[in-house]
Structure formats: C-alpha cells, structure tokens
Design a binder for this molecule. Structure first.
Ligand code: F6P
Length: 750
C-alpha cells in the first residue's frame, strides 16, 4: 500500500511537471497561430480594399478615403485604421485610431515601407500594449502601378488572444487533472485489492489461522521474522546508552536469550599456585580479555580457553569447567588442556612466530614451520570439538576469537551447518601481497569463511581481508552487503571497533585520583611536583617500547627544565618469553632504560622506571590515575585498549594521551596528541607539550574522549555484532525454508 501511495505521489508530481511544460508550449504555439491569423486578416482587408483605396488616394478625396477606412473597421476585430502618404503624412484616419501610434512611433516603419518597391513590398507587424489594451498593429504598403504610394495601418484587437490562451490552458489543466485522478484511483484500487489479498492471508497466518498448504513450510520463519523486525525497531528507537542490561535484552530479543559460546586462546581467569602453596586468581594482560569478559558477564554462556595456569586443573570440575568470575559465577569457563608440544607448535610457533609478525608491520620476520602448522590444525580441531560439545542447540551462537583460531569457524560449520559463527580478528590484517608469504594462506582464508561474520577493528583491515580472499580463492564479492559469497553461502566482512566496559569496574573501589598520585609519588620517591608519564604493555616488539623510551630521552634533551622532574613509568608484562624475539626485546628495553637513567639520572632521580612484572588491573589503574601523560607508541596495533583504559580511568578529566598514529584507537581518540612513534623528535616534542598543557585544554580533550568511549563502549560493540548476526540468521533461515519449499514444489510438478 505504501508503495502504491509513493507511486501515486510520483505520478502527481510527474503530471504537474508535464502540465507546466505543456502549458508553456501550448501558450507559445497558440500565440504564433493567432498572430499569423491576425496578419492574414489585415492583408486580406487591405488587398480587398486596394482598388477603392487607390481610387481615393489623392489628397482631395481624403473624406472618401476616411469613409473607406471606416468601412474596413466594420470588421469587429479591426478597431481602427489610418492611411499615410510616402512622406509619412497622415492622409486619413478613423476616429478610434490611437494617438500613441501617430507620427513618430510609426515613422521608421512607414518610411521603410515607402522605400520598398512594388515588386518586393515591405510590411511591418507588431503587438503593442496601448492604454485601451493589447493591440496588433500592421503597416501594409499600398502599391501603385510601379511604386509604393504609402501605407495603410490597421489596428486589431489582440486581447482576445489572451482570453483564448487562458481558455486553452484551463482546458489543458482540467484534462491533466482528470488524467492524474483517474490514474491514481486505478493504482490505489489495484494496490488495495492485491495488498488486501496478501495482508489478509498474512494476518490470518500470523494469528495462527489455517493457511494455504503451500505457505505452511515457511510460516514459523515468517512469524519470527516479523516479530524480530518489530523488536529491532523498538530496540533501535529505545536508543540510550549501551549497558550490560541492554546487551542482555538485545540477546533475548534478537537471539531468544540464547547463550553465547566464546572460543579464545586466553582465559579470563588464571588460577596460579603461589610459592606459599595458596592459589591466586589472575587477570591476564590481554586486550581481548579486557573487552570480552564484561560481555560474557552480561550475556552468560561458556568461554572455552586454554587452561594455562599452574592451578587450573585443580580448580575445575570433572568436565574441565569452573564458574567465573569467582564469587559472581555469571558464566562457565571451560578449559582445554594442551600438552607442551601442542602449546609450542600452535601458540608460540604458528600463532606467535608466524601469524603475529605476519599481521603486524613491526619488522620482525615471520617464521612458518610445517610442524607448527600441524599443531595449529590439531589444536583448532580440539577447540572446535569443545565448542560443538558445549552448545545445546543445532544453531548456536559461537564467537571465535583471534588469530589463534582461523580454522575453527570452518570446522564448527562442518559439524553445525546452522550455527551463527562470528569470527573476530583482534589484530591487523596484512595486505594481500604480504599475506602471500604464508604457505597456508588458502587454508586460513577458507577456515575463516566458515564464519557468518568476520569482524575487524577497521575498514582498512576488512579491505585487506577481502583483497586477500579475492587474490587466493574462487569467490564472489557482494560489495553492497560487504559479503563474500562462496559455495552459495555468504560471510559478512565488517568493521566493529572494540572498546571497554563503561564505567570500568576497576573504578568502583579505586582510590581517588589525588590518593593514587600521592601513593605513586611516595612509592617511587618522587618530588611532590613531579611530572609522571605512564606506559602499559605486554613486553612485545609491536608496542614500540624502545621508541617510547627514546622519545622520553629526546624530551629531556630538548627541555632541560624537565630533568629531575619528569619520570616515565613503564609497566611491562612479560609475554611469550620463550620466543627469542621477545627475550631480546626484554634485554634491549632494560639496557636502554639503564643508559637513559645514567645519562639524565641524578641522586635518587631516575627518569625511567621499568617494572617487568604482571600487574593486576587495580594496580594499573592506580598508575593511570596518577599520571600526567600516558604514551601509547605501538608500531602497529589493531585497536589498543590501553589508550581507552587511560581515558576511562580519568574521571577528573585531566591527563594527556599521546597516541601512535598506527593504532586503531587513533581513528577514534582524535583529541589525543597523535604522533608517529618512529619520529622520536616529534614524539619527544609531544611529550613535552603534554607536560606543559593547560588544565583547560587537558579537560577539553579528555572530556571529548571520555564521551566517545562512554558511547562506543564494548556493550555496543557486542550488541552490533549480535544484531547483525541475528538478522543474518533470520535471513538464512527463511531463505533455507523457501529453497526447500521451491525444490519440493518443483518435484511435485514433475
Ligand atoms: O588484544 C590483542 C592481543 O594480541 C590478543 O590478540 C592476545 O590474546 C592478547 O593481546 C595477548 O596476547 P597473549 O594472549 O598471547 O598473551
């Protein structure tokens, strides 16, 4: 019906435009016709009276001439007439002949007529607006035997032309209006008739009434789709902030409260046995865990991860499960056990010596070994099996996380063809030329295309992925949907920039900013007016930690006033330390910090403090809150949540973020001081600028960044993916049912 109205509206607009155009054409054509008609009438009148006029042309017969002219005006259209001699002298005129036309006005035309020859006489016609109304004036030559003797001027009424034009236009408008009404009525009636038929049928179906047998196979799905569309509309219009409650609601509305199964290498809670024999629970330093853990707490379900803690086996039940978070028990953590060879080949080898350097432009050469690949395949299968064992429907929602599990989506799809699988790649995706380095590039792409959605942090990563698929696989790309179509199945490729829970839960019990600063100053034995910088990372060569320390050195070189006052604290969590590149980095960072400390240190003052240890989130937040500046200097980073955490920690709206342009976060936190970490001069200057920035400017920048992270928080990140997944799921279900129905209908026809 809506379409019919839109059609009618378009029709009316179209007809109005046509009418407008037609009226202009009609007006111009009618005028030309009338003018021709009037000219002809004048010529006929003068030609008809020619002999009489010639006979009375001598000045002595002026009265007779005038009588003849009056005879000419007997024609109701000819209002007045006059006769002029060759010198433009007036010979005779009827009483109505307008004063305005006497003498000078007509002179040039009368002279031109007189100068023409009898063989090629000239004449003049014009439309004039005179006080008595619009008239048509013709000056026609009166030719004798051999020469033009003078001119006869006839004045004809031209007002009737306007009246005729108006009539014609009115007729035209009526005709078009009638046409428009008739066409609209026919359209609306036709639309009503067919819509009523469809809507009655649909209404009957949705109310659960008896439907035609051919509709029955797809009824459930149509009903579900209709309900979902209206629920989606309601959810969208609800608006407001994304919170755990809203995410949960979204899951219930769009996915019927189905639980989520996450497959990720890193577990959110690691049980470690301390030296004193007690067990502690650790939160690993991982952007993935920081982002996903709050989502799981909101949604519930199962997180499947490698059980890597020294006390992990002791803390699970017989099925390798433990409820977490400790004390809250909102969801299950299912641990998968890996032996030393598996861990070396799959985690350290293929994932972190192969894929990690392949995907990051950080100048560390990727290493691909067949043995590592074999373990990678085996462990992917192990996790895929665990995921299939954890689900309780044949169309579950499985979130496969990161580069450790590129093969898992396809393996899960083979077992659960109806599953909704979202694969999220937390690190950058390289361009196709670089990706070609990997000997198993095709297998990785095929594995990921088992997912319903493949998500990245940025559009650039999506583009690189699509480019790689196009280069190495036989597929079709659907640019409108941002999807890759392979063997009749689509995989959406979309950017979903990851974020944090808002507000951060670590703030709930955090000491005030003032207390945090005081305790850090005390702990590091700093002066009360010390300027504090902070960096928080895993000890990883992609994080640009060396470049960061060099920038601190440069700031001290350029600004002697900072010496003795500025201390940069680097919290560096040991990471992947059996890999040589990581061990070497660790050594280099320690050496560099020592060198800079020797150069600028004095007495108790050391410009750089490196803490190579795992720090639990409350400790990290204490440093964020104590700092004047936080420097994130990644050489290449998918998103980097440290930048967002610093912003989240600063409820006081103070502190400056200096951020590498090579992070996904730099696209969102544009109020940070964005730098090229390789450009040590630039970064050093930015650090100095941050340390001297006015509080007003700090506040303006921090306020804007906090508003952004609050709005685009991790609940929104997860919500958008789940809503997209649910839409896809409804579409697939309906498409599947329709295909089955069409196939069986075709069979029956045969
Ligand atoms: O968030 C980025 C990320 O690289 C994840 O992909 C990874 O899980 C995490 O940081 C930490 O790495 P790991 O789990 O190897 O300690």
């Amino acid at each position: 019906m809506d379409r019919a109205l839109r059609f009618v509206f378009a029709l009316l607009v179209g007809l109005a435009l046509i009418t407008l155009g037609a009226s202009v054409v009609v007006q111009r054509t009618a005028r030309e016709w009338f003018e021709k008609d009037v000219r002809l009438r004048a010529q006929l009148a003068v030609n008809g009276a020619r002999h009489g006029l010639l006979a009375r042309w001598s000045p002595e017969r002026a009265l007779e001439l005038r009588a003849l002219l009056e005879e000419l005006t007997a024609d109701e259209r000819i209002r007045a007439a006059a006769a002029f001699g060759p010198e433009c002298e007036l010979r005779a005129r009827t009483p109505e002949f307008p004063e305005a036309l006497s003498g000078e006005r007509l002179r040039p035309h009368l002279l031109a007529n007189a100068e023409s020859t009898a063989a090629a006489p000239r004449e003049w016609h014009a439309v004039e607006d005179l006080p008595g109304g619009r008239v048509h004036v013709s000056a026609l030559p009166l030719s004798g035997e051999s020469a033009v003797l003078g001119s006869i001027v006839l004045v004809q009424d031209f007002g009737f032309v306007e009246r005729r034009e108006a009539e014609a236009l009115r007729f035209l408008l009526y005709a078009f209006a009638f046409l428009a009404l008739a066409a609209s009525a026919v359209t609306v009636i036709a639309a009503r008739v067919s819509w009523r038929g469809w809507s009655n049928e649909l209404r009957r179906i949705l109310r659960g009434g008896q439907s035609r047998p051919e509709f029955q196979p797809i009824l459930g799905d149509v009903r579900e789709l209709v309900e979902r569309i209206s629920a989606e509309g309601a959810a969208e219009s609800e608006g407001g902030a994304w919170t755990p409650a809203r995410l949960k609601q979204t899951l219930q509305r769009h996915l019927h409260g189905e639980k989520v199964v996450i497959v990720a290498n890193r577990e959110p809670y690691v049980h470690q046995r301390r030296a004193d024999g007690t067990i502690e629970v650790m939160h690993p330093a991982s952007g993935l865990v920081t982002a996903l853990e709050p989502v799981m707490r909101a949604c519930s379900g199962t997180w499947i991860a490698h059980g890597s803690g020294s006390a992990d086996r002791e803390t699970v039940d017989a099925r390798a499960r433990v409820r977490v978070p400790p004390g809250e028990e909102a969801y299950s953590l299912r641990r998968v056990w890996l032996d030393a060879d598996e861990e070396r080949g799959y985690y350290y080898g293929f994932s972190n010596e192969g894929l990690w350097p392949l995907c990051h432009i950080a100048h560390t050469r990727p290493m691909f070994r067949t043995e590592d690949w074999r373990h990678y395949c085996e462990v992917n299968r192990k996790f895929a099996d665990a995921a299939c064992a954890e689900v309780d429907t044949d169309d579950p929602i499985v979130l496969v996380q990161d580069y450790h599990f590129a093969l898992a989506p396809r393996l899960i799809r083979e077992r659960l063809p109806r599953a909704t699988i979202i694969a999220f790649w937390h690190i950058p995706w390289p361009n196709a030329q670089r990706f070609a380095i990997c000997p198993w590039r095709r297998e990785l792409l095929e594995g990921l295309l088992g997912a319903s959605i493949v998500g990245f942090h940025t559009q650039a990563d999506c583009n690189h992925f699509v480019e790689s698929v196009e280069r190495f696989l036989e597929t079709r790309t659907d640019p409108e949907l941002n999807a890759i179509v392979r063997n009749g199945r689509s995989t959406l490729v979309r950017p979903y920039p990851i974020s944090l829970e808002w507000p951060a839960r670590w703030l709930a019990d955090a000491p005030s900013v003032r207390e945090c600063r005081a305790s850090v100053v005390r702990e590091l034995e700093l002066a009360p007016d010390a300027l504090i910088g902070i960096g928080v990372d895993r000890l990883d060569y992609t994080k640009g930690i060396e470049e960061r320390l060099l920038a601190v050195e440069r700031a001290l070189e350029l600004h002697p006033e900072l010496r003795g006052r500025f201390t940069f604290v680097q919290l560096a969590a040991p990471s992947r330390s059996i890999i040589e590149a990581y061990r070497r980095l660790d050594e280099r960072v320690v050496e560099l910090a020592e060198r800079i400390n020797q150069r600028f240190g004095a007495g108790r003052y050391r410009p750089i403090v490196v803490r190579r240890a795992h720090h639990e989130p409350p400790a990290v937040f204490r440093f964020y809150r104590a700092a004047d500046v936080c420097y994130v200097s990644s050489l290449h980073d998918g998103m980097n949540l440290v930048a967002k955490e610093f912003v989240a920690a600063r409820e006081d709206e103070l502190g400056v973020l200096v951020l590498s342009q090579f992070t996904g976060a730099a696209r969102e936190l544009t109020e940070a001081l964005i730098v090229n970490p390789y450009d040590v001069d630039e970064a050093g200057a930015a650090l100095a600028a941050a340390l001297t920035m006015s509080r007003e400017e700090q506040r303006d920048r921090m306020r804007a960044m906090r508003a952004f992270v609050a709005e685009f928080n991790v609940y929104r990140w997860a919500g958008r993916m789940l809503v997209d997944a649910s839409r896809l799921r409804s579409r697939d279900r309906l498409a599947g049912r329709l295909t089955n129905y069409l196939v069986s209908a075709a069979r029956m026809e045969r």
